[in-house]
Design a protein around this ligand. Structure first.
Ligand code: SF4
Ligand code: SF4
Length: 441
């Protein structure tokens, strides 16, 4: 079997074996959840509840406040105890958080649903996905209904399900494919029906042989094809995945729909199934709790808004002295946490705990112009030059050299023999450029 791939990329240690065979465990309900109103890409949701109000599990608590925004629902049956500011580790800002205290076991408030999804029109399905507050669960948190609202003049022709899961350590999507196979396949059929696309492809990296076998067996006779991908980071990045499967390139500054493609992560597809068939808004998700710093790595289904420290109680941490960092996500693109008393997001597919021996102190050396960073960049950028322009605040030249095309994958930093943290510079430079643009209006 030939494995599809893209140009560039790196091969970090996979470390999947730590949690790969661990079945997903459903965690008991937390006593309190903390829901960021910025729980998605785009404008923060607007709270529609007041302190002291009683809410049911699945009840809408904040409403989407723009085209790119998403509704927020209560993960518990309980009471709103406060709406307060909390640090958002992703943005570094303080965001509004709705705090809900559990008062009983789940009493669900469900959305309209039907075992036979064809009883809905495609518009109703897109609206129900919007109502359910579903966003990209691979980490990007882009509102799912927006992807299905095809702009005038564009046509959706190819549906790709992203099951590459190329970040080291993380195994939740793989477990979902093994344990929720039929539900995911139904979710794909719902997406085909809602988008009017005739055929879907599921892209899976070759290191998930059981998931590949299961998916091939279960999709037999359906208009869904499994595409096996080379195990290479960042194979799961949207543009790289599209390129590997269709050989098409998303234009610089463009979107997949510009070349007729829409992409959904495999866990998002499950959430879409759960909303349309069972009427459940997005209030829980699966994640891997993993890394050398946890005693018993595994995969768990948890309520969104549970604090990280409470989640980690289920796997146990090793001696604190040996822990280097704790991340939302994996080691390549994850966000280091300033403390573990922060809540989880819709996009948290993993909490990874890395130890000091895995990440020995790096000493930085000057750039030796070896061009390794150029050869691994999946976008074809020249990272060593971009770094020079970013650090000297020569943003116009950095932009001319593709700064905004950088997907912050970290492949350049990973390969650099001088240990230069290139991707970190690009992240900061992109933030500055966006802030300058906003200020100029
Ligand atoms: S990999 Fe590092 S040392 Fe080599 S050219 Fe790039 S920045 Fe310079
Ligand atoms: S420049 Fe950006 S896209 Fe290219 S390897 Fe570095 S982080 Fe990835």
């Amino acid at each position: 079997m030939g494995f599809l791939t893209f140009r560039g990329g790196v091969h970090p240690s996979e470390k999947k074996e730590m949690s790969q065979d661990q079945e997903i465990k459903v965690l008991k309900l937390p006593d309190t959840v903390y829901m960021y109103t910025s729980n998605h890409l785009g404008a923060p949701a607007k709270p529609i509840v007041e302190v002291g109000e009683k809410v049911k599990t699945g009840q809408k608590i904040a409403e989407a406040s723009g085209f790119i925004s998403a509704n927020l629902h209560s993960p518990l049956t309980g009471e709103i105890v406060s709406i307060e500011k909390m640090v958002n580790a992703a943005s570094g800002r303080k965001d509004d958080v709705i705090v809900i205290k559990k008062t009983s076991e789940d009493d669900w408030q469900l959305l309209p649903h039907n075992d036979d999804f064809t009883k809905f029109t495609s518009e109703e399905i897109i609206n129900n996905i919007k109502e359910a507050g579903i966003v990209g669960l691979g980490g990007a948190m882009f509102p799912s209904h927006v992807k299905l609202m095809i702009p005038k003049g564009k046509k959706a022709e190819t549906l790709i399900i992203n099951a590459a899961e190329c970040e080291p350590y993380i195994t939740i999507d793989e477990r979902m494919m093994l344990e929720k196979t039929d539900e995911i396949i139904k979710g794909i059929e719902i997406l085909l029906y809602a988008s009017g696309i005739e055929k879907a492809y599921i892209g899976i990296e070759e290191n998930k042989s059981k998931a590949i076998k299961t998916m091939i067996e279960k999709t037999n006779g359906k208009n869904i094809e499994i595409k096996t991908l080379k195990t290479k980071y960042p194979q799961g990045a949207e543009k790289q995945l599209i390129n590997a499967i269709t050989s098409k390139e998303v234009p610089s500054g463009g979107l997949p729909i510009d070349i007729g493609v829409i992409v959904f992560n495999v866990s998002t597809t499950y959430a879409i199934y759960d909303a349309i068939i069972n009427g459940k808004p997005l209030v829980e998700r699966g994640a891997s709790l993993t890394g050398e710093g946890v005693k018993k790595p595994g995969n768990f289904l948890y309520r969104i808004g549970t604090k990280v420290n409470e989640l980690l109680e289920n796997v146990g941490l090793i001696d604190e002295e040996n822990i280097d960092r704790i991340l939302y996500g994996g080691p390549m693109m994850g966000i280091p946490l300033p403390n573990i008393e922060l809540p989880t997001f819709k996009g948290n597919n993993a909490i990874t705990v890395l130890t000091k021996d895995i990440l020995p102190k790096r000493e930085d050396f000057p750039c030796i112009r070896c061009s390794s960073c150029v050869s691994v960049c999946p976008i074809g950028l020249q990272p060593y030059l971009l770094k020079k322009y970013s650090d000297t605040r020569n943003y116009d030249t950095a932009l001319e050299n593709g700064l905004m095309d950088c997907i912050e994958c970290g492949s350049c930093s990973f390969i650099c023999p001088s240990n230069i943290e290139l991707a970190k510079s690009f992240k900061t430079a992109k933030k500055v450029v966006r802030a300058m643009k906003q200020r100029r209006g």
